[in-house]
Design a protein around this ligand. Structure first.
Ligand code: SAH
Length: 348
């Protein structure tokens, strides 16, 4: 089958076999990718129209107990200037975001043991009390089921935890032996069972990744049925073991955004910071390929430069009304509007 046929089949059935994902990825070229992007965008429009959800991203800490080979804030990187926001600073960032119109706050960070269940539960319940019309999303890595349950009870609505790769061998090439593929999947399963709107995802072009690995990621997404998927190119960080690997490919990232959109037309799919970091038009290209979420940065300006997962990270800073307006104009130019609501997942 051609890339066109496979795109049509995926659009009609939201389903391809693993072999067919591989065939599609191998068959795509610069003509058929345009067809894929358009098909994915049309499906997005049918569900969400021309609106883009915005999430205020607050990077609460760059301390991390883990040593992932790809990540710039890994424990072993002594060059990082470590910071941790106080609960007060986190509230302050969200308050500023609220006043600008954000109705989802994403608290992301390294696995920092300062943020115990009780510290986090206090922050979450304060946020939910003060901003009852907002959603709270967490992206704080692997925790126990009991911990996730407490966070949920405190009021957290969503959780982002990229699976990173759906292939166990590949997982082990990206992580030290203290981290396991099984535990990553256990976390995702727990999160979904506990009622979080759950996001998984992976890097495109991570070291040693094969087309077959990517097909496994697509099968995983097809079968796990996450509510959100984060996909961005791998970008090397000079102070990691993967410093000399090449960055992931923009075009392949866009193709994968479209394919994920066609697997689930309702999925919440961000056009990621990493994509915008390696291509100045990455943000709009992602939207035109079927993304419908943007996550501008609400972290205080003095720490923002230290949350360096990879080199040359771009910032969609949005701590001022003017910056948000600029973003709105950029979207307007390609025919889209910012949606000012919680932007929950609308399927079941
Ligand atoms: N500690 C949290 C948050 C991690 S940062 C967690 O474990 O979920 C969010 C994501 O950034 C990671 O899941 C990873 O996919 C991505 N990331 C890390 N290093 C990267 C790099 N060098 N290039 C591109 N993306 C990277």
């Amino acid at each position: 089958m051609t890339a066109y046929n496979l795109t049509d089949k995926l659009q009609k059935t939201n389903y391809l076999e693993k072999d067919e994902f591989i065939s599609l990825l191998n068959a795509l070229d610069s003509d058929s990718e345009q067809y894929l992007f358009l098909t994915a965008r049309k499906e997005t429009d049918k569900v969400y129209g021309r609106t883009i959800f915005i999430r205020g991203l607050c990077e609460i800490s760059n301390y991390c107990k883990n040593n992932c080979y790809y990540c710039g804030i890994r424990r072993g990187n002594r060059d990082v200037i470590r910071y941790r926001l106080t609960p007060g600073q986190i509230m302050e960032s969200c308050r500023a975001g609220y006043n600008l119109g954000f109705r989802t706050f994403v608290l992301q960070g390294g696995e920092d043991e300062f943020f115990t269940d009780s510290v986090l539960c206090d922050i979450i319940s304060n946020l939910k009390q003060e901003y009852s019309d907002c959603a709270v999303t967490l992206s704080l890595g692997e925790r126990s089921r009991e911990s996730y349950e407490k966070l949920k009870k405190a009021g957290a609505d969503r959780y982002l935890l990229r699976h990173e790769t759906a292939d166990k061998c590949h997982y082990q090439l990206l992580h030290p032996s203290s981290l396991s593929f099984e535990n990553r999947l256990r976390c995702l399963k727990d999160l979904k069972e506990l009622g979080f709107q759950t996001g998984c995802g992976f890097m495109v072009g991570s070291p040693y990744q094969t087309v077959e690995n990517i097909a496994s990621d697509l099968v995983f997404i097809r079968d796990f049925r996450p509510h959100m998927v984060g996909i961005g190119p791998f970008i090397p960080h000079r102070r990691t073991p993967f410093a000399s690997f090449p960055a992931g490919d923009v075009s392949l990232t866009l193709r994968l955004l479209s394919i994920v959109r066609l697997i689930n037309p309702k999925i919440l799919l961000p056009s990621t910071t990493a994509l915008n970091s390696i291509d100045p038009d990455g943000r709009t290209k992602g939207i035109l390929a079927g993304a419908n979420v943007l996550m501008p940065n609400l972290s205080p300006e003095n720490v923002r430069g230290n949350y360096t997962l990879y080199d040359n990270k771009a910032y969609t800073a949005c701590e001022s009304a003017q910056q948000l307006e600029t973003l709105g104009m950029q979207l307007k130019n390609i025919g889209f509007d910012i949606h000012t609501g919680r932007g929950d997942y609308i399927g079941d």
